[in-house]
Each structure stands twice: as C-alpha cells, then as structure tokens.
Design a protein around this ligand. Structure first.
Ligand SMILES: Nc1ncnc2c1ncn2[C@@H]1O[C@H](COP(=O)(O)OP(=O)(O)OP(=O)(O)O)[C@@H](O)[C@H]1O
Ligand SMILES: [Mg+2]
Length: 372
C-alpha cells in the first residue's frame, strides 16, 4: 500500500497539500467552482482524519442544507459539525460579514458598553456593509479566528469572487487605512469624551455638513468615532496578524478556474498580482473540463474521418473529432495560465452532468481531485 513518497506526492498533489498545511485558501473568478472545491477539499481532509472547518461564502441553498448550514441556525457565523462516516471531523460555517464584524468590535472594544454603542450606531451599521472590501476582510478575519481555534487543525476558506487580487489581499489593511483617514483623525482626539472629541475645525466642517445630511446623522458619526477610540491599535495589530497568516508557509493558495479564455486571462493576472504580494499559488484546479476520450490528435481524426466516410463508424469518429476539438481549444485557453504557474500541479475536474449540491456530489468530486 505504501509507495515511494515522491511518486505518491506527484500522483496526489492536492492530497499532499492538505497533509502539510493548516490553511487552504480557494480563490478564483466568479462562478468557477470555488465553494464546491472548498467543500470537497474539506470533506477529503476529514476523510483523511483531520479536524477541518470550511468557511463557505453564499453557498447554493441545497449545498448549504446538505452541510447543515440552514439559514436559520447557521447565520451568526457559528461552526456547525457535519455528521458523516469519516475518520476526522468536518465542520462548516457560512460567512456572515455583519456577525464577524460585530465579534471583532466586541473583541477590541475596551468595555462591553462601548461595543454595544458602536454596534447600535446607525452610521456603523451603514458603513459596515458599504466599506469597500469589508466582505473580503471579514472572510480573512474569520479564517484567522478559526485558525486559532483549537478544535480545528485545518481551515479551508472559500473566497468572494475576485476580479482584483489586491482588493482581496489588501482587505486586512483597508480597515486600518480607514482609521488613518483624516476625517477620523479630525473627529477623535485623545480620550476626552464626546464633547471634546471634536475640535474646532471639525466643528465648523460638521456644521456645514449637518445642514445637508441632518444633525442626527452627524451626531451618529461623532458618536461612532468617539467610541472607536482606543480600538485602532487592536485593529491594526489584528490586520498585521491576518496578513502574516496569509503569507505563512503553512497557508496554501489553490486557484480554481474553468478552461475559458476570459476567465483564464483573469486568473493569470490574479496570479501575477498575488506573486507581487509575495504569495504563490500552489495548485491549479481546472474545473468543468470536457473529456478528450482519445489520445488521437485532430489531424489524425480528420484522416480517420476521411477513411470512414459513409461507413457506420463515421458518426462516431465525427463526435470524437468534436470532443477533441473542444478539449484542444480548452487547453489553448489555459496555456498562458499554466505558463504563469510553472511549478503548480494542475488537477482537472470534468464537467459533470449535474450540479454538485449534496455530500454524495462532493464525494464524487473527491474522486477527481484526489488520488485514491
Ligand atoms: N465540475 C462540475 N460539473 C458540473 N457542475 C459543477 C462543477 N463544479 C461546480 N459545479 C456547479 O457550478 C455552480 C457554481 O459552483 P460554485 O458555487 O462552487 O462556484 P463559485 O466559484 O463558488 O461561485 P461564486 O463566485 O458565485 O461564489 C454550482 O451550481 C455547482 O454545483
Ligand atoms: Mg461561491
């Protein structure tokens, strides 16, 4: 049963990544299969005996149900254990941006009362959704939290669809940049309560905006920033720790793509941007690949077709030619991406005849992603 280790590693590149890392990040463009891949990777890890938690983002309803993440009970970002016959443990959590942000505020607010004031603040409730990158940041934040949770030895994280790698990588820095903002600085002065939190220049400025947006809104903003006082250091330290975790040797990035020219091009620039930020992609999953059926080339099949024209074999050879033409085109689409990732193993997953929406479907996919 045991084979020579390097051969086993080459045959099962994703399996090897699972065995040697504590965080797996599944990234890629919208709709390529990130959520499905993350869930499949987590399931396989549990089968291999690991205590794994997968963070999913907006999973399709049926897949969420299959993983015990029904909207009523699972929202609130608590990890739920998925029952099954595996050697390890499979846990799943659905990312709840709001709840994660709230937890973060509770962690860093000097007093519970201050946390409550911030969380009830209308301005906070508006910006916590609108702040660019909040979704990405909270995904990373949740990852960090679960990574430090002793119940799990592996965290697999699904990511929001990314068109711009920096958006996603930069997420942990965004909140700190926001805190460095001039308006923020203007509103908060060291530790002297609401009245003195606003200096003279700011007061003039606020008087003019309150004419436009209304005094209540401005009061909310002041209350928010005044209460945020004392939390910036914690937030900044946390952002640094999250960024370090993303770049750690024990964290691996798996890029999911489909063999389409536009998506592969997007993925290629994504890889370049990740690389510039010091993060390498360790494996490439090419999802929804059409099967080739034969080792024969299109030229050989054209010749075959000429030979079999008018015979019962003609339709068969013709279909084979179509399939090989599609498969060859798909390979062309992927060429620049695989060149950009010379060291990353490529794992292909066929276009299945049905959506993957339950544990049986995920099990089926493990057969394509991992060696037996
Ligand atoms: N190999 C496959 N064959 C057939 N269907 C697939 C395959 N992989 C994924 N799917 C289906 O494609 C759909 C999209 O997959 P998934 O939700 O995993 O993508 P995603 O990258 O997470 O999307 P989003 O960016 O919207 O979050 C799902 O319905 C899923 O069941
Ligand atoms: Mg998804």
């Amino acid at each position: 049963m045991t084979t020579e280790p390097t051969i086993a590693a080459n045959r099962d590149p994703l399996g090897q990544l699972l065995d040697t890392h504590s965080v797996v990040v599944c990234t890629g463009a919208g709709g390529v299969g990130k959520t499905t891949s993350a869930a499949t990777i987590a399931l396989e890890a549990a089968r291999r005996g690991r205590r794994v938690c997968v963070v999913t983002i907006d999973p399709a309803r049926r897949l969420a149900d299959a993983m015990g993440l029904d909207a009523e009970t699972a929202r609130g970002s608590e990890a739920m254990r998925v029952a099954g016959p595996w050697a390890g443990e499979l846990w799943a959590v659905m990312l709840d941006t709001r709840a994660t942000f709230a937890e973060l505020i509770r962690t860093y607010a000097p007093t519970p009362q201050q946390a409550r004031t911030i969380l009830d603040n209308t301005f906070f409730r508006n910006i916590s959704d609108a702040l660019s990158g909040t979704h990405e940041y909270m995904a990373m934040e949740k990852l960090y939290e679960l990574h430090n949770d002793t119940r799990f030895d592996l965290v697999v994280v699904d990511t929001p669809p990314t068109t711009n790698a920096l958006e996603f990588l930069d997420a942990p820095n965004r909140i700190t940049r926001f805190l460095d903002h001039r308006l923020y600085k203007m509103l908060v002065t060291p530790s002297k309560g609401l009245a003195r939190a606003v200096n003279l220049a700011a007061q003039t400025f606020l008087r003019s905006i309150s004419r436009v947006v209304g005094a209540a809104v401005v009061d909310d903003v002041i209350e928010f920033f005044a209460n945020f006082e004392g939390m910036e250091d914690g937030f900044r330290a946390r952002a640094v720790a999250v960024r370090e975790l993303l770049a750690a040797d024990t964290t691996t990035f798996v890029l999911v793509t489909v063999p389409r020219r536009d998506i592969a091009e997007e993925a290629t620039s994504f890889v370049t941007e990740l690389g510039a930020a010091g993060i390498s992609v360790d494996a490439l999953i090419v999802n929804r690949v059409h099967p080739r059926f034969t080792g024969r080339s299109t030229d050989e099949l054209h010749a075959d077709l000429d030979r079999f024209i008018g015979t019962p074999l003609e339709p068969l050879v013709s279909s084979l030619l179509d399939a090989v033409t599609i498969a060859t085109t798909e390979l062309d689409h992927l060429a620049s991406l695989t060149e950009a990732l010379p060291d990353a193993p490529v794992v292909r997953v066929p276009f299945l005849d049905a959506d993957v929406h339950d544990l049986d479907g995920l099990e089926r996919l493990t057969g394509h992603l991992f060696a037996d």
